[in-house]
Design a protein around this ligand. Structure first.
Ligand SMILES: *Cc1c(COP(=O)(O)O)cnc(C)c1O
Length: 226
């Protein structure tokens, strides 16, 4: 089975009342699996690894909307900018400047999200609320004409404590709503709140997520070979 058709349809039904976008996370999964889901009408796919993403984008040669959700490094920006529809994992001004530079070169506006650090695990990446606040009000932001900051992404702690996960998503939602009301440069528009994965997307939706990133529920568990 290339993907779980039943689960996929259930997810679409579940997401509908929330009007949330489903990003099918296809990391480690085959191009055949992506193609099959694509044929079922799925437009948005998420990938974590730059090499894998560029390889799949080249092979599939399709108008798939690729979401880059992996850890972002400056030296990889050049490769992902021409391919990505949305980059979820921006965590510094330095990266924004590099995205702007590569966007200029590619003749396009680069849509991205700031990755927030909301979990209590140090292994997770992202910016604190204070850091995001400072970045959003930085004088340079309005000069980065080839980027468009469309919102925020966050990952909750990987645990079974639903109250904790709920509180983490809620804190991000509150920050998102607060910033939405503030006066921001043209390069910032808060429309997207990317939160929720297979294990916690229901909690995320209840806390106002507009975009969920789901892998295992659709494609099955991932097996890492290396
Ligand atoms: C892998 C990954 C997902 C999807 O995880 P599942 O638990 O398989 O749904 C979502 N977001 C990010 C950032 C990921 O790395």
């Amino acid at each position: 089975m290339l993907y779980n058709q039943k689960r996929y349809q259930e997810l679409l039904t579940e997401l509908k009342p929330y009007k949330a976008t489903l990003v099918a996370v296809s990391k480690t999964k085959s191009v055949e699996a992506i193609r099959a889901l694509r044929e079922a009408g799925q437009d948005d796919f998420g990938e974590n690894y730059v090499q894998e993403l560029s390889g799949k984008a080249r092979t599939l040669n399709d108008d798939i909307r690729w979401h880059y959700i992996g850890h972002l490094q400056s030296n990889k920006v050049k490769t992902i900018v021409p391919i990505s529809h949305l980059i979820h994992s921006v965590h510094s001004l330095k990266l924004l400047k590099e995205l702007n530079k590569q966007g200029e070169k590619a003749g396009r506006t680069v849509s991205c999200l700031l990755q927030a650090f909301i979990a209590s695990e140090e292994t997770k990446f992202g910016m604190t609320f204070d850091e995001m606040d400072e970045l959003l009000h930085h004088s340079e932001i309005s000069r980065l004409k080839n980027i468009s900051i469309k919102g925020l992404m966050g990952m909750a702690s990987n645990c079974d404590d639903t109250r904790k996960i709920n509180a983490e998503f809620l804190s991000l939602k509150n920050f998102f709503e607060e910033k939405k009301k503030e006066n921001m440069p043209d390069t910032v528009s808060f429309e997207i709140l990317s939160m929720g994965m297979t294990g916690d997307y229901r909690i995320a939706l209840d806390q106002g997520s507009t975009m969920v990133r789901i892998g295992s529920a659709i494609f099955g568990e991932r097996k890492y070979t290396s």
